[in-house]
Ligand binder design. Structure first.
Ligand SMILES: [Zn+2]
Length: 216
């Protein structure tokens, strides 16, 4: 039974100037993405390669049978590591944008400072991803792209609720759901809420339009 549950560490590696990856095994738990290692190659001397993926598997979910998978030799020396300078195999993850649902499709919107902070906290320890930000925080809540062109869009606004303890919550004028953060689209009813009740003239106008539509 113990043997059945044995865990194996599989590493995928890429050789210099090649995009194909090859699977090896290791027993070194400290091996991670972007480490340069020496691996055995059939008919050749050991070659340096960069680690592109680390997977811990049981024999059952392993990509190759453990006894047929060669072990890496170990870490490359400092001079060999230099061959891979500037190579980064981590997957880039853009935390400055996110995909959200709209009334009739999807939109890519810019995240705000608070959301990026949360994502950094949640993903910052992941060794396989590189957090990038392509959009400035000043563009938070703006729409980068959307696939619902020409389709009807449900619009509302955010009713800003300031609480005695200083907290601010955002209530969707459409579905009345309350959120801790402002979003470009209501996460519940997907209404496009561009404005807030801080802009009283605009809100009055919008409520007027809503009334007309609702009367139909
Ligand atoms: Zn809503």
């Amino acid at each position: 039974m113990g043997l059945f549950n044995k865990k194996y560490i599989y590493v995928s590696v890429c050789f210099q100037n090649s995009s194909r990856s090859y699977a090896y095994r290791t027993e070194d738990k400290s091996i991670k993405i972007n480490d340069v290692v020496m691996v055995p190659v059939p008919g050749e001397a050991a070659k340096p390669a960069i680690v592109t993926k680390v997977q811990i598997c049981t024999e059952k979910d392993a990509p190759y049978p453990p006894d047929k998978t060669k072990m890496i030799i170990g870490r490359a020396d400092r001079k060999t590591r230099k061959l891979f300078d500037g190579v980064d195999m981590r997957m880039p993850m853009d935390i400055s944008i996110k995909s959200v649902q709209t009334t009739n499709g999807h939109a890519v919107v810019v995240t705000d400072k608070e959301e990026r902070r949360r994502l950094k906290e949640q993903l910052g320890k992941r060794k396989d991803i590189k957090l990038i930000e392509t959009q400035p925080i000043s563009k938070a809540c703006s729409i980068v792209s959307r696939d619902d062109a020409g389709k009807p869009v449900r619009r509302g606004y955010w009713k800003v609720q300031e609480h005695i303890n200083g907290d601010v919550t955002w209530q969707c004028s459409r579905c009345k759901s309350i959120f801790q953060y402002r979003e470009a689209f209501c996460p519940k009813c997907h209404s496009e809420n561009r404005k807030t009740s801080h802009d009283p003239v605009w809100v009055d106008e919008l409520e007027g339009f809503d009334a007309i539509f609702n009367d139909k």
